[in-house]
Design a protein around this ligand. Sequence first.
Ligand SMILES: Nc1ncnc2c1ncn2[C@@H]1O[C@H](COP(=O)(O)OP(=O)(O)OP(=O)(O)O)[C@@H](O)[C@H]1O
Ligand SMILES: [Mg+2]
Length: 271
Amino acid sequence: MSLLELTDVTRSVRLPDDRVLEILRGVTLAVDTGEHVAVVGRSGTGKSTLLNILGLLDAPTDGEYLLEGVPIGRLSARERTRRRGRDFGFVFQQFNLLPGRTALENVAAPLMYAPGRQFWRRRTLAAQMLERVGLGDRLDTMPEKLSGGEQQRVAIARALVRGPRVILADEPTGALDVETGQEVMGLLDEIASLTGAALVTITHDLAVAARAQRHYRLAEGVLVPVDLGGAGHEWVGDVPTLPGARRLPQVPGGVAGVPELSRPVPARTEQ
Ligand SMILES: Nc1ncnc2c1ncn2[C@@H]1O[C@H](COP(=O)(O)OP(=O)(O)OP(=O)(O)O)[C@@H](O)[C@H]1O
Ligand SMILES: [Mg+2]
């Protein structure tokens, strides 16, 4: 049994002029614990819609979504909300941090809804998580005082603080320069593999996609597997990306597969 399993999932919306827009036309995807799956595709092809469905923020129009073997349609709204908070961590392009709240308060925020022990220990857990992403010395800093890369690291700490089974990242490097983006993805990969969480990354950047074990392109409402290792990347022209981004990058710090969660990310000046 897969952790997440979509079968022939569709999502359509009725537009104000009464036309029906078919965003997803039959998506089938299975993701197992510990897997990293990347989805690329042009703007407007439904990538965020797909991620929102996976993260229980949206529901399929048709088709089946099994979460640990349970059809999500069978869960009550309350149970869906509970599962979303407990099982999923979200990372967005624009970080979506709460302004006017410190890094620590931002990371502790999801623990406000956690059961007893996590709730009572929320500040400690948040501080530990910020330590792990290399921001142990910025606990009381406001997000607006942090660089983009640092803000995304806070967002990663927030996504991971409840120990989710699945991390859903929607263009996590979209607002960062290439080097910082790679650093952030290295961190996300490392923590995901250490905690055994599944990671689904949506990206326009092939270098980011290359970090995943499986790759798909979303086009015309369906997911098509793509082989990044194969010759003739015929799909490259379809995906806006940066020159040279096809080369598989080194993980910052060079520690892929050697999870040391407590090791802070090296400062950029050390690279
Ligand atoms: N609730 C909605 N009502 C109407 N149209 C919608 C709705 N949600 C999504 N769409 C449309 O569906 C299409 C897919 O949207 P989505 O945000 O999933 O694309 P995307 O692949 O994430 O794009 P991008 O790469 O630009 O973020 C878009 O054309 C969008 O305008
Ligand atoms: Mg999107």
